[in-house]
Write a new protein. Structure first.
Length: 132
């Protein structure tokens, strides 16, 4: 009778082999999923920095739209700061059309380094306004 109770006790738990196999399977699954999670986090941060840079470049162009085109100096290069993007350098280039003081070509550019690679956001537009 004592033999049956020992067999019942053995069947209630996991053996070391079963435990080792299940832990190995879990380790394989986690090793496959973990790089995907880290890659997703890194990609999300890079996209967020690009969005902040885009907004800063766009804001500089909108600031120029509030001015008269005739008051803009051409050609000119105006640096600006970009908050929220570490090491970012912003530049606005203004170039009026030859022979026409009403049109100015504007390029707003933000450059920074992320994960060892240079990143750039560049917006180009034309401003049109009266010379009065």
């Amino acid at each position: 009778m004592q033999n049956t109770s020992n067999n019942e006790k053995r069947r209630l738990g996991f053996t070391y082999i079963e435990l080792l196999i299940s832990l190995s399977i879990m380790a394989i699954i986690f090793s496959a999923i973990l790089p995907l999670i880290f890659n997703s986090i890194t990609s999300n941060r890079g996209t967020r920095l690009k969005l902040i840079a885009y907004e800063a470049a766009s804001q500089e162009i909108e600031t120029l739209r509030e001015q008269k085109v005739s008051s803009l100096v051409s050609p000119s290069h105006v640096p600006f700061t970009v908050d929220g993007v570490p090491g970012a350098i912003g530049d606005v280039y203004i170039n009026k059309a030859l022979g026409d003081e009403k049109i100015a070509a504007v390029t707003s550019k933000v450059t920074w380094t992320y994960r060892g690679k240079e990143q750039t956001v560049q917006l180009n537009t034309y401003l049109y306004g009266s010379t009065e």
